[in-house]
Design a binder for this molecule. Structure first.
Ligand code: NAP
Length: 325
């Protein structure tokens, strides 16, 4: 089988991590890289390969099997539309967009062009998330009543300006909170009611956000995110038969324990080697070759619904971005 030819759009930290992880996946090639400057594209190319291009437009015009969009959130929509318009399937970084209006436009364009579009919520493609799905489907936890999950990192403004700037859609919610939110969707689907409270940084983005998602049958998810301190980053899924603990950091390759009500414990050690970003690439290439237009592991309806829920949270906590006015 010929190599899957990736075009990398944007050359920041996650683009580098993705390209590096691709080098551990057989049959994947960084064929081209696009940056706003040719010098930056050249530096990326020197390290990871691929023909460098000094604009995103030139990148998407190349002969590629897929484009990976790795720019800050406010550009996900524009960059994804550009690649789709030029006939390229797209793997777009999380959060899928800044708001549900943008995500709807991205999905509509993918459907219009009949092209694959997937949110790069990489955790969904990891082996332990597949196991979480299997255990739930097998009924190993019984009826699931609660989820507790947090994602907190110490990301000071001096070292992580993107996370703090309103013009780059900064804040904990969109960057980090998306992980517990995406996990809650995997387990319970769309909440019937959402309640959120937040504290803000001086620059006006959410520093910490706490969320309660409610579902039918009195089920709940309690979720938390912050960019001011490292938190355990664990997830606990509590069912009537057993509790599944996903150890920190729950959204990366990690170990798990299934604790039965009768005291029996089954441990699932971490066996995965590497970062884990390549799993989404492997799945994406498979879907392109099969002619699929979306991934069952990260559906477009989940991506859209998650953006709608984040819109609602932002409304409740008063998190607005200047470019949305
Ligand atoms: N999956 C994960 O684990 C993970 C981890 C971190 C981030 N992310 C997501 O990936 C996206 C990028 O994050 P990152 O940490 O890689 O960001 P970053 O290091 O700041 O890089 C973003 C890149 O986007 C391009 N860009 C285009 N317009 C820009 C602008 N106005 N300002 C700054 N950069 C601009 C730049 O590439 P050029 O100069 O080459 O054009 C820049 O290098 C975010 O949406 C984030 O949520 C995902």
């Amino acid at each position: 089988m010929s190599e899957f030819r990736w075009g990398i759009l944007g050359t920041g930290s996650i683009a580098k991590a993705f390209a590096n992880d691709l080098s551990f996946a057989e049959g994947h090639l960084v064929a081209a890289v696009g940056s706003r400057s040719i010098e930056t594209a050249q530096r990326f190319s020197d390290q990871f390969g691929g023909i460098p291009f000094g604009s995103y437009q030139s990148l998407v015009e190349q002969d590629l099997d897929g484009v990976y969009v790795a720019t800050p959130h406010p550009f996900h929509c524009t960059n994804t539309l550009l690649a789709l318009e030029n006939g390229k399937p797209v793997l777009c970084e999380k959060p899928f967009s800044v708001n549900s209006k943008e995500s709807a436009a991205m999905i509509a364009k993918a459907k219009e062009k009949n092209l694959l579009l997937v949110e790069a919520m990489w955790s969904r493609f990891l082996p332990h998330y597949r196991l979480v799905r299997e255990l739930i489907q097998q009924g190993a936890l019984g009826e699931i009543k609660f989820l507790y999950a947090d994602h907190g990192q110490y990301l000071p403004a001096e070292r992580h300006p993107r996370l703090h700037l309103p013009e780059l859609a900064g804040g904990a919610l969109l960057d980090l909170g998306i992980y517990p939110i995406s996990l809650s969707y995997l387990i319970f689907g769309k909440p019937t009611k959402t309640t959120a409270r937040a504290s803000f940084t001086e620059l006006g983005v959410d520093e910490s956000t706490s969320m309660i998602f409610e579902y039918d049958k009195n089920r709940q998810a309690n979720l938390h995110t912050t960019l001011s301190i490292k938190t355990p980053c664990t997830a606990t899924i509590i069912g009537t038969k057993a509790t599944l603990e996903i150890h920190g950091s729950f959204y990366t390759p990690t170990s798990m324990s299934l604790k039965h009500a009768n005291g029996e414990v089954i441990n699932y050690p971490k066996e995965y080697l590497g970062h884990g970003l390549r799993e989404q690439a492997v799945e994406f290439a498979k879907l392109v070759r099969e002619g699929k237009k979306e991934s069952e592991l990260m559906t477009l309806s989940d991506s859209q619904s998650i953006m709608e829920t984040m819109d609602e949270i932002r409304k409740q906590i008063g998190l607005a971005y200047p470019f949305e006015n």
